[in-house]
Design a protein around this ligand. Structure first.
Ligand code: NAP
Length: 304
């Protein structure tokens, strides 16, 4: 991928434009998908399963379906009632596992309380696990074997590499240890030889730890928790947080986990919210689906 030039610090930090980077990645996925369809005669397919009517999840699923079709992949959507028994959901996952036209399976989280989410995610064929949450893919990611890796941290890595091509030896602090973001993010930074600290709600002196970071990734879910003076001058700051906070006029606005203006005054490069990490997630999902489709058919996946 191309490396964006960094702004000179007098002119402020380089604002990492996730929207533009994601659009470029989606265009490359579309091109590579057209190539595999022409040369190898298959169309990668992504099946998304939504259980219940959570409005945010419904929007995500709609956006995923649209992006999938736009990239030339086949999109299948399964919308199930909120009271669907766990065994029916497991039976659907089994059916999709066996369907040769389905290369990626994504079960939208959160699932209703009566369903054991781990049981459902663990039932997905690891070769079709485009969310990268199956223990087999988690293990492969940590041991350095080819894996399908979670989309959000994969997108973060692309953005970090874009502004810091040599991550080796850098100090990285990841705030948050979820299986979806924090832990896989740490694994990916470690794989590129950063020295990684994973911080969480029990970490002492979080501010001091953050101040050591050449790469600071915030995945906490607390609006603007990371202040400007937690940022080492010249750091690359990746804000994964998406928090809706009320405005005085009764409406709401989106903010990240980082106090943007303060952090931007010290960072070398920083992602905004919205328009930073968010758009990368779907683009990386499309890439994972294409990669899964190629690997399942013994075709070398394109290097995007
Ligand atoms: P999560 O599962 O709730 O995990 C939050 C993590 O933050 C936990 O590890 C928690 O520590 C830690 N934490 C909470 N309060 C803390 C504090 N005061 N100091 C230090 N650490 C603290 O959340 P997630 O799923 O990783 O998501 C994190 C954020 O990213 C959310 O805002 C979410 O909406 C956003 N997100 C964005 C995308 C995207 O596409 N851009 C994708 C996924 C998530 P403990 O483990 O000790 O409780």
């Amino acid at each position: 991928m191309t490396t964006a030039p960094l702004a000179d610090s007098a002119a402020g930090p380089h604002v990492i434009d996730g929207k533009a980077i994601a659009a470029a990645l989606r265009a490359r996925v579309a091109e590579a998908t057209a190539d595999v369809r022409r040369v190898h005669d298959f169309q990668p397919g992504l099946a998304v399963v939504l259980v219940g009517e959570d409005p945010a999840s419904a929007v995500y699923v709609r956006n995923k379906g649209k992006a999938t079709t736009e990239a030339g992949l086949r999109s299948l959507e399964y919308k199930l009632a909120a009271d669907t028994p766990e065994e029916d959901l497991l039976a659907l996952v089994e059916k999709l596992n066996r369907d040769d036209g389905v290369d990626g399976i994504l079960v939208q989280l959160p699932l209703p309380g009566h369903v054991d989410a781990d049981k459902v995610l663990n039932a997905i064929d690891p070769a079709k696990d485009v969310d990268g949450f199956h223990p087999v893919n988690v293990g492969r990611l940590w041991t350095g074997e080819p894996a399908l890796a979670p989309c959000t941290p994969t997108g973060c890595m692309r953005m970090i590499r874009g502004v810091m091509p040599n991550i080796s030896g850098k100090e990285a602090v990841v705030v948050g240890r979820s299986n979806i973001v924090g832990k896989p993010m740490a694994a990916m930074l470690l794989a590129e030889s950063a020295t990684v600290t994973i911080a969480h709600s029990r970490t002492h002196d979080l501010r001091e730890r953050c101040r050591t970071a050449d790469i600071l990734v915030a995945a906490v879910g607390r609006p603007e928790m990371i202040r400007g003076d937690w940022v080492k001058p010249g750091a690359v700051v990746i804000d994964v947080g998406i928090n809706r906070v009320p405005k005085p006029d009764g409406k709401s606005r989106l903010v990240g986990d980082v106090a943007y203006a303060e952090a931007a005054a010290r960072a070398r490069a920083i992602t905004p919210v919205p328009g930073g990490v968010g758009p990368m997630t779907i683009a990386c999902l499309l890439e994972n689906t294409l990669v899964a489709a190629c690997r399942r058919r013994g075709v070398t996946p394109p290097d995007l």
